[in-house]
Ligand binder design. Structure first.
Ligand code: HOZ
Length: 431
């Protein structure tokens, strides 16, 4: 595979951008090669600046559930751009977008738009604290909620990939307000509430963990969190930045039928543009300024281009009959093919899948249900598999601790090619 141009471009980037990237995992550090530099993409296919083509299973880390450069979304962005790119003032499209979110996401009565998932979780946390008048929060080891200080405590995603789960720069005072529990372990949550219950503002959880690789909730786990928070007067925040609009129209809360008090959204909601949102019960959301005392603001929040892209995306998901069934069929086909490869090549490993979200863990374990299980994976093996995959035109997340995102744009032929390439990669890894 020719990579001269990508290598030169990455060297140039490293001189002026820290690590050469604007988000750490993209640097491919944990898979031992330099990143390929992307030129353009359409549907499920991306092309780098050396002219190499790949079938993309990163999908921009989740937002592109319809694939790259979707025609309807591009048209909506272009039409919006013709009318002006930012006003910093109310527009009707913001209300249309909010109404659709309220219609689709069962627990959301009102919603505030922001510019990223990080902004959404950070703001939801302030709102939960302001509303409950309590300071502490509970998060789960290996869950990732963006890079705000309160969440960079045993964080997943790039933080574990690079071995930086607790970042320097987060003060001890901030860290002590974040209590840590173990994902899928209700006892660990109960213990924290027994000791600190009256001071805990909220539990924040990825309803399906997606940033330590995909780890589904055990039966009863989300229901247990709902029960505990209600009993102690704390709020339950579902971080649906990944699962929102991906597992179902109404996200994980619809999929598992457990309703949080607040929901954070990102990725898909922006149709590929930078958008986040947080929403929930009316009485809680009404605590936000200008009606209430909890402050949060943003010059580009509700940006008309971002709203146009997001609205076009959500309308398609809402109005396409059988959309989620077809996504599930595609992902199940991929899962079955990859599983078969593991068996045929005697490669120790397993696949966790929920809807169109999945991770293949290279592990000797029988199941991956917790952060510790995920961390026991063979990251060297994943790196080897990743290098072989990219050589054969399959673009995967450059980390064992991320998800593989199937998209509507993947054809059966794309899936077959991926399964075949994966088989060859596993075969070669044996030899
Ligand atoms: N934190 C993102 C994955 N969970 C990575 C984002 C990126 O590098 O674009």
């Amino acid at each position: 595979m020719k990579q001269d141009k990508s290598q030169a471009a990455f060297s140039a980037a490293r001189k002026v951008i820290p690590g050469g990237v604007n988000s750490p995992v993209r640097a491919f550090k944990s898979v031992g090669i330099d990143p390929v530099v992307i030129d353009h993409a359409k549907g499920a296919h991306i092309t780098d600046i050396d002219g190499n083509h790949y079938i993309d299973f990163v999908s921009s880390w989740g937002p592109l559930i319809l694939g790259h450069a979707n025609d309807d979304i591009l048209k909506a962005i272009q039409e919006a751009a013709d009318k002006g790119t930012s006003f910093g003032a109310p527009t009707q499209i913001e209300t249309e977008m909010a109404q659709l979110i309220v219609d689709m996401v069962p627990s959301v009565d009102k919603v505030r738009m922001v510019n990223s998932g990080t902004e959404a979780t950070m703001s939801a946390l302030r709102l939960a604290r302001g509303y409950t008048k309590r300071d502490l929060i509970v998060k789960f080891a290996g869950n990732y909620h963006g890079h705000a200080d309160s969440f960079l405590i045993k964080a997943g995603s790039g933080a574990i990939t690079l071995g930086l789960p607790d970042s320097p720069g987060v003060t001890a005072a901030t860290a002590q307000d974040t209590l840590l529990a173990d994902y899928n372990d209700l006892d660990s949550v109960e213990r924290l509430f027994k000791d600190h219950g009256k001071d805990i503002a909220a539990i924040i959880v990825e309803p399906v963990a997606g940033n330590m690789g995909v780890v589904p909730p055990n039966k009863g786990f989300l229901e247990g969190l709902r029960k505990i928070t209600t009993a102690y007067g704390a709020l339950l925040i579902f971080d649906e930045v990944i699962t929102g609009f991906r597992l179902a129209k109404g996200g994980a809360q619809e999929y598992f039928n457990v309703m949080p008090d607040l929901t954070t959204l990102g990725k898909i909601i922006g149709g590929g543009l930078p958008v986040g949102a947080y929403g929930g019960r009316e009485d809680i959301m009404d605590a936000l300024a200008p009606d209430g005392p909890v402050y949060q603001a943003g010059t580009l929040s509700g940006n008309p281009l971002a709203m146009a892209a997001g609205l076009a995306m959500l309308k398609t998901l809402n109005e396409t009959p059988g959309f989620y069934e077809e996504m599930d069929r595609k992902a199940a086909k991929l899962e079955a093919g990859l599983k078969n490869n593991l068996e045929k090549t005697n490669t120790p490993g397993l696949i966790n899948r929920v809807g169109s979200l999945m991770t293949m863990f290279f592990t000797e374990k029988d199941a991956v249900k917790s952060f510790d299980d995920a961390m026991a994976s063979d990251t060297e093996k994943y790196a080897n598999y990743f290098r072989k995959s990219i050589e054969s035109g399959i673009y995967l997340a450059p980390s064992q601790f991320e998800a593989m995102f199937a998209s509507w744009a993947h054809t059966d032929e794309d899936l077959d090619k991926c399964i075949e390439a994966s088989y060859c990669a596993m075969k070669e890894m044996q030899g």
